[in-house]
Write a protein that binds this ligand. Structure first.
Ligand code: AHR
Length: 666
């Protein structure tokens, strides 16, 4: 093939040749601002699934740090004289280990922690090891090492420090380790370096460089990706884990606040939910608890939206009503919701506000929303939600209540619940749709038909599940972008939307697709992440009419597979166009009703998200492949276009591309 022919083919494939297909003219009515787009519109939904918390966002590197797993030494390999004890200093985490010299050599007594799929550390970075310890004989010592058990080099030991234990009483000791090599599958080794007994509890290892330097902190790369999305809302702590497989294992926020050493362990239902992805070592340490969630929301500029149990355990797994709380026994659950609002918003003289202050945040978190129940359904949900609504309204009339529409976004359960949510006066209704391509292709008009009189919509969990392709391939993200034009156009009724799930560890996932994938050292934003990021970063304040022959662009027949929406923000215009077709499209946007005295920036900004490697490409492959260059197959590309005609712009949107066009005024 000649170079010239190759160039022509490349140009046509990327849609750069103007006039290659039927041109399309859209009209943007700049002087008719419509619905306000809520600042909460595009947000995040966090659940501890796929090792999203322990082993993920929560930067703790030690698994089972307090020996509270049902098998107290799970995750540890003990050698020499190690005994598990159960009368430790922390009431809700009573276990610890005693290290004694078995007689032949104290240096052969200790234990090694395998971390979460390994203990990963980087050369030259600092890691903070801490331990609660006591020396029953007054003095003892331990040695702490970061090791690479698989090394072929001279030494296994990449970092070492000694901790002298100088008290018969329990005391916290801290030491910093700086490894001289980067190791993905390392270990933490701790051993007795005295002939005298040492008792050890809550052995912890964090990178010093956590997100914003917090000691009980978050992985900087993962939290950074959340911040970079500019989310408007953060829903937490789940999903199904809010409900629990049974009531005893539901998420109880009060167990997740106060000193981390005393937060009781809970199971994580995702450890056994899918038999084909079974992770017997997956628990919830609650090191990332409600205080940390509120802090995170504040740090990334998102409104916190906690969800509490409504007194129903997972209804899929508990068909018998005896598994749930009787309606007349709900008061402790209602109190949990009221106390949570006090924890977030109460002044420092209140019980729960004082606890928040003691944790380091005297100022209120400014909670505005609370979810009650996750994917609940039926009259059993409605009759339980009702007393919550009454109690919350009575004490906190300004807090908005989010109710559920069940586990799917259509069908009997859904049809029953929406009118009931209206009757109860819920402010928002949480809808969930993990759905195939067709749902997203056809869904841009979904909210056009919703009543404007009842609760507003929170699309609380959604993702396009492309058949057979589960690693967030590009086409699924493109269809999500198309669908989301319908969320934005209906901003008068849709207040929030959060893709789900958020995180997945490449070695520890249970559910795919997910928005951000990671291993112990690296993280990868998916194509879906970039769609969310582009929407959230270029949200706009008010919707503007954008039409083709008088109709909004919803992928309808005769609209060339185009979806679009427009908004205004601070005198700048934001146009989002999704071309789902296999053809590039020359699009002219006619601006009508522009302010007369508007001073235009000399250029438009055009951001495109497409997949040069085709619709099946996904970014996660860069984590999976050994020989990956690390560059992402799908990432936004920004270019500028000079403004030639102030009232009209022509741009080619390549085939299968999400384009964001920004026009600023000076
Ligand atoms: O996001 C995974 C799960 O999907 C959530 O826990 C639940 O709400 C939904 O069924």
């Amino acid at each position: 093939m000649t170079n010239r022919l190759m160039l022509i083919i490349a140009a046509v494939a990327s849609g750069l040749v103007l006039g290659a297909t039927t041109p399309v003219t859209l009209t943007l009515q700049a002087d008719r601002p419509g619905a306000k787009i809520q600042p909460t519109m595009y947000g995040l939904f966090f659940e501890d699934i796929n090792y999203a918390a322990d082993g993920g966002l929560y930067a703790e590197m030690v698994k089972n740090r307090s020996f509270e797993f049902p098998d107290p030494l799970m995750g540890w390999e003990a050698f020499g004289g190690v005994a598990v004890q159960a009368d430790g200093p922390f009431e809700r985490c009573p276990h610890y280990v005693s290290l004694t010299d078995p007689g032949h050599s104290h240096k052969r007594t200790g234990l090694t922690n395998e971390g979460f799929f390994g203990v990963a550390f980087r050369q030259g970075e600092e890691y903070r090891f801490s331990v609660w310890a006591r020396a029953p004989h007054g003095k003892s010592a331990i040695t702490v090492e970061l090791i690479d058990p698989a090394t072929m080099g001279e030494s296994q030991v990449m970092a070492r420090a000694k901790v002298a234990i100088d008290s018969r009483d329990w005391k916290k000791y801290t030491v910093t380790l700086t490894p001289d090599a980067t190791v993905a599958k390392g270990r933490l080794r701790v051993f007795l370096s005295s002939s005298r007994q040492a008792d050890l509890e809550h052995l912890s290892l964090f990178p010093v460089n956590t997100w914003q330097g917090d000691e009980n902190g978050l992985r900087a790369d993962l939290a950074g990706l959340l911040a970079d999305m500019h989310p408007g809302v953060l829903r937490f702590p789940g999903g199904c884990i809010v409900e629990g497989t049974d009531l005893a294992t539901r998420y109880q926020w009060k167990n997740t606040v106060g000193p981390v050493e005393n937060r009781p362990l809970n199971e994580n239902r995702w450890h056994y939910t899918f038999p084909h992805r079974f992770f017997p070592d997956y628990y919830q340490s609650y090191g990332l608890g409600f205080y940390e969630f509120f802090r995170l929301a504040e740090q990334i500029g998102a409104e916190p939206l906690p969800v509490v149990s409504v007194g129903l355990a997972c209804q899929y797994q508990n068909k018998d009503m005896s598994a749930h709380v009787p309606v007349d026994s709900l008061q402790p659950y209602i109190d949990d919701a009221l106390d949570l609002i006090e924890f977030a918003n109460g002044d420092t003289l209140t019980t729960w506000g004082a606890l928040r202050a003691s944790m380091g945040h005297p100022a209120p978190f400014g909670l505005k929303f609370i979810g009650v129940g996750n994917e609940q359904w039926g009259p059993e949900y409605v009759e339980r939600l009702q007393p919550f609504v009454k109690a919350i309204r009575a004490r906190y009339p300004d807090v908005k209540i989010v109710g559920s529409s069940g586990p799917s976004a259509s069908g009997d359960k859904f049809d029953y619940l929406w009118p009931e949510m209206t009757r109860l006066g819920a402010d928002l209704v949480d809808e969930h749709y993990y759905a195939p391509e067709t749902f997203f292709l056809d869904g841009a008009t979904r909210y056009d038909k919703y009543s404007r009189k009842g609760p507003h919509v929170f699309a609380g969990e959604y993702a396009c599940h492309g058949k057979g392709k589960k690693y967030n391939h590009f086409n699924a993200a493109l269809l999500e972008a198309a669908f989301m034009t319908g969320l934005e156009r209906n901003a008068d009724i849709v207040d929030m939307a959060t893709y789900a799930p958020l995180f997945a560890h490449v070695e520890g996932w249970q559910w795919r697709p997910d928005m951000i994938w990671f291993d112990n050292l690296r993280s990868v934003p998916t194509a879906s992440y970039f769609v969310q990021q582009l929407y959230a970063t270029h949200r706009g304040d008010r919707v503007l009419p954008l039409t083709l022959d008088g109709s909004p662009l919803t992928g309808a027949d005769g609209q060339y597979g185009l979806y679009a929406t427009a908004a205004i923000q601070d005198n700048s215009y934001i146009i989002k166009v999704v071309n789902t077709s296999g053809e590039p499209r020359d699009i002219t946007i006619d601006f009508r009703g522009l302010p007369r005295k508007m001073r235009l920036a000399p250029e438009y900004t055009l951001i495109t998200l497409s997949s040069p490697e085709g619709p099946d490409a996904d970014n996660v492959s860069t984590l999976l492949s050994e020989d990956s260059t690390g560059s992402l197959p799908v990432a936004p590309v920004t270019q500028t276009i000079p403004v030639e005609n102030p009232a009209s712009l022509t741009v080619t949107v390549p085939a299968q591309t999400f384009a964001v066009i920004l026009r600023s005024t000076l």
